[in-house]
Ligand binder design. Structure first.
Ligand SMILES: NC(=O)c1ccc[n+]([C@@H]2O[C@H](COP(=O)([O-])OP(=O)(O)OC[C@H]3O[C@@H](n4cnc5c(N)ncnc54)[C@H](OP(=O)(O)O)[C@@H]3O)[C@@H](O)[C@H]2O)c1
Length: 261
């Protein structure tokens, strides 16, 4: 079978090569999956460069998440059957998902609901888990207001859908071309980042929370709005913002080899 493998460090995709390798053997707690789709997440660029702290397994196949169809079920796995459509993500240090067939611990998998196409589901897992993990750190209450940056992107769009399920009023910054799908998902107020400056549109303390995916100036301007709490999925050194008095929910830091992404 074919897989896209990191052959040497470097942030360009030219460091990834398509190679023929053996299909992996299914262990007792694993599923073997025929891959259907996988997202290129921003962290894939970092993983191509290599995180010095990560001990990579070999072959170092690219990709963190994806979706596919179960081909084999390990003997200790009870919740899945051959033919199930599944979604999953992997440890950063593990073998990746850009291969025709992968094996993966069953407890990293979930069945895909019948109303979602398998090829579309391949873009969901890591952004959804990132958004869920971040939003639940805020302890937000129904009716409170949240500003989500990059609301049309991988993480932002999952955050929007979760925030609406939590009963929050969602203001989002994003691109005009994404507006129809954002409206459909229930976005309450849209700010087109290419033509509007959110920090001019919104008043101080107008939002209770900020969900940041961009960092730098966007984060600084967000903090100046004086929300109750900020969560950022960028690798932010929160000590730089200590003087602002801003409360951060848990932030994303560089992964270590045991981090599950
Ligand atoms: N993907 C993950 O699971 C994950 C996990 C942890 C951390 N992160 C971090 O989260 C960040 C976002 O990841 P992602 O997967 O959501 O990326 P993405 O899919 O590329 O989404 C980024 C979004 O931000 C929008 N955007 C760009 N500049 C903006 C601005 N100035 N104001 C408002 N919106 C702007 C982009 O719109 P246009 O494309 O129209 O310009 C795009 O929709 C990355 O830095 C990544 O390292 C991601």
């Amino acid at each position: 079978m074919q897989a896209i493998i990191r052959t040497k460090g470097g942030k360009e995709f030219s460091t990834m090569k398509v190679q023929n390798i053996e299909s992996p053997k299914t262990q007792s707690d694993e599923l073997k999956v025929k891959m259907v789709s996988s997202r290129i997440n921003p962290v894939d660029m970092d993983l191509m460069k290599g995180f010095p702290s990560l001990k990579y397994k070999i072959p170092q196949i690219g990709g963190i998440d994806g979706a596919g169809v179960v081909l084999e079920v390990g003997k200790n796995v009870n919740d899945f059957s051959v033919g199930d459509n599944v979604i999953f993500y992997r440890l950063f240090s593990d073998i990746g998902t850009w291969a025709e067939e992968i094996t993966i611990p069953a407890n990293y998998c979930a069945k895909i609901p019948s109303n979602i196409e398998v090829k579309e589901a391949g873009t969901i897992a890591l952004p959804l888990l990132t958004a869920y993990d971040s939003l639940t750190q805020l302890n937000a209450k129904k009716g409170e207001k949240i500003l989500i940056h990059g609301v049309g992107g991988g993480v932002g769009f999952q955050a929007l859908q979760l925030a609406k399920q939590m009963g929050l009023f969602v203001i989002g910054t994003g691109s005009q071309s994404d507006k129809p799908v954002l409206d459909k998902a229930g976005l309450d107020q849209f700010i087109d980042y290419k033509t509007q400056d959110f920090s001019q549109v919104l008043k101080t303390k107008q939002v209770d929370y900020v969900f940041d995916v961009l960092g730098d100036d966007i984060l600084k301007k967000s903090i100046a709005l004086q929300p109750k709490k900020v969560v950022s999925v960028k690798f932010v050194d929160t000590s730089n913002y200590a003087q602002s008095g801003c409360k951060f929910a848990r932030n994303y830091e560089m992964v270590d080899e045991n981090d599950d992404g």
